[in-house]
Design a protein around this ligand. Structure first.
Ligand code: NAD
Length: 306
C-alpha cells in the first residue's frame, strides 16, 4: 500500500502558484486578491477561513477578510457580494458555508460573478463542467483528480465508485472522472447493495461524513481509496481502534480526533493506494482554491491559462 500524500502534493502546487504570482506581480505590478466572506461565528468556519487567509499570505495572494453578523439580512449580504463583484481589485469571492438558515444559499452562490466564483459552485461553472468545458472547478473534486495524476493513477476505463452525491464533492467529482474517461457510479444513502457496488471499484471515493464507514468489506483488493470525509470524534475506544495510542493521545490532549469516512488501519491492508485523514484530500482543497484564484485573476485580465 502506498499513502497518497496530499500534504506533500499540495505544497508542490502552492509553490507553483507562488512562483506564478511572483512572475505576474513583476510583470503587472498586481497580485490576485481573494475576498472571504464569513457570516456569523461558527467555530469550524472560522478555522477554515483563517486557514485560507494564511495560505493566501504564503503564496503572495492578497486577501480581504469580510466578517458579517449572523443576523445579517439576505439583501444586505447580496449587496456586499455585489460590491465585491464590481470591485476590480477583487479576483475571487468565497462565501464560507454553511450560512445561517434564514439565508437562501442558492441565491447567494448564484449572485457571485461566475468569473470570481473560486469555489466553482455557481450554476454557470457547474454547467460548464457538465458540458465538459474548461471552468473554475470545485476545489475538493479537482484536487482529487490532480492527486491521482501526480501518482500516475490512470482513470481511463476504470470503475470509479463515489459514495456521496453532494454538489460540493460527489456530483462534480463524477463529472471530472467522466472527463478523464472513467466509468462512474454514484452511490448515496438510498443506494441498495452498496457493499457489492463499492467492491467493484478500482477507484473508490468516500464522501459521506460518517467516521470509519468504509470497512474492508467495501473494498476490492488493490483498489485506490480516496477518503474525503473529515469527522471529529471524541470516543476514546473508537479512536484507539482506528489510530491506536496516537488517537487516544489526541483525544486526551485536544478533546477530539479527526478521522475520515474510511477505516484507515484495516482498509490500508487491502488498498493499493489510500489517502490519510488528515493530510490527504483536505490540504489539496486549499491549494486548488489558490490555483482557482490565480486562474480567475488571469481570466479577468485576458491572460491565457496553460
Ligand atoms: P453531505 O452531507 O452534503 O453529503 C453526504 C452524502 O453521503 C450524501 O449524498 C448522502 O446520500 C451520502 N450518505 C450518507 N449516508 C450514507 C449511507 N449510509 N450510505 C451511502 N451514502 C450515504 O456531505 P459533503 O459536503 O459531501 O461532505 C462529505 C464529507 O466530506 C464530510 O465529512 C465533509 O466534512 C467532508 N468534506 C471534506 C472536504 C475536504 O476538503 N477534505 C471538502 C468537503 C467535504
Amino acid at each position: 500500500m502506498e499513502k497518497l500524500d496530499g500534504k506533500k502534493i499540495s505544497e508542490k502546487f502552492l509553490f507553483e502558484v507562488k512562483k506564478e504570482v511572483e512572475y505576474l506581480k513583476n510583470r503587472l505590478n498586481k497580485s490576485p486578491v481573494l475576498a472571504t466572506v464569513l457570516v456569523g461565528d461558527n467555530p469550524a468556519s472560522k478555522v477554515y477561513v483563517s486557514r485560507k487567509i494564511k495560505t493566501c499570505q504564503k503564496v503572495g495572494i492578497g486577501s480581504m477578510d469580510i466578517k458579517l453578523p449572523s443576523s445579517i439580512r439576505e439583501g444586505d449580504l447580496l449587496n456586499e457580494i455585489d460590491r465585491l463583484n464590481k470591485n476590480d481589485d477583487v479576483n475571487g469571492i468565497l462565501v464560507q458555508l454553511p450560512l445561517p438558515p434564514h439565508i437562501d444559499v442558492e441565491k447567494v452562490i448564484s449572485f457571485i460573478s461566475p468569473i470570481k466564483d473560486v469555489d466553482g459552485f455557481h450554476p454557470v461553472n457547474l454547467g460548464n463542467l457538465l458540458r465538459g468545458n474548461d471552468s473554475l472547478y470545485p476545489c475538493t473534486p479537482f484536487g482529487i483528480i490532480k492527486l491521482l495524476k501526480e501518482y500516475d493513477i490512470q482513470v481511463e476505463g476504470k470503475n470509479c465508485v463515489i459514495i456521496g452525491r453532494s454538489v460540493i464533492v460527489g456530483k462534480p467529482l463524477a463529472l471530472l472522472l467522466l472527463k478523464e474517461n472513467g466509468t462512474v457510479t454514484i452511490c448515496h444513502s438510498k443506494s441498495k447493495n452498496l457493499k457489492e457496488i463499492s467492491k467493484s471499484a478500482d477507484i473508490l471515493i468516500a464522501a459521506i461524513g460518517k467516521p470509519g464507514f468504509v470497512t474492508p468489506d467495501y473494498v476490492k483488493k488493490g483498489a485506490v481509496v480516496i477518503d474525503v470525509g473529515i469527522n471529529s470524534i471524541s470516543d476514546k475506544n473508537y479512536a484507539f481502534r482506528i489510530k491506536g495510542e496516537v488517537g487516544l493521545k489526541s483525544i486526551e490532549k485536544k478533546g477530539y480526533l479527526l478521522v475520515g469516512d474510511v477505516e484507515y488501519k484495516t482498509v490500508s491492508n487491502i488498498a493499493s493506494y489510500i489517502t490519510p485523514v488528515p493530510g490527504g484530500v483536505g490540504p489539496l482543497t486549499i491549494s486548488i482554491l489558490m490555483e482557482n484564484t490565480l486562474k480567475a485573476f488571469k481570466l479577468q485580465r485576458g491572460i491565457k491559462n496553460d
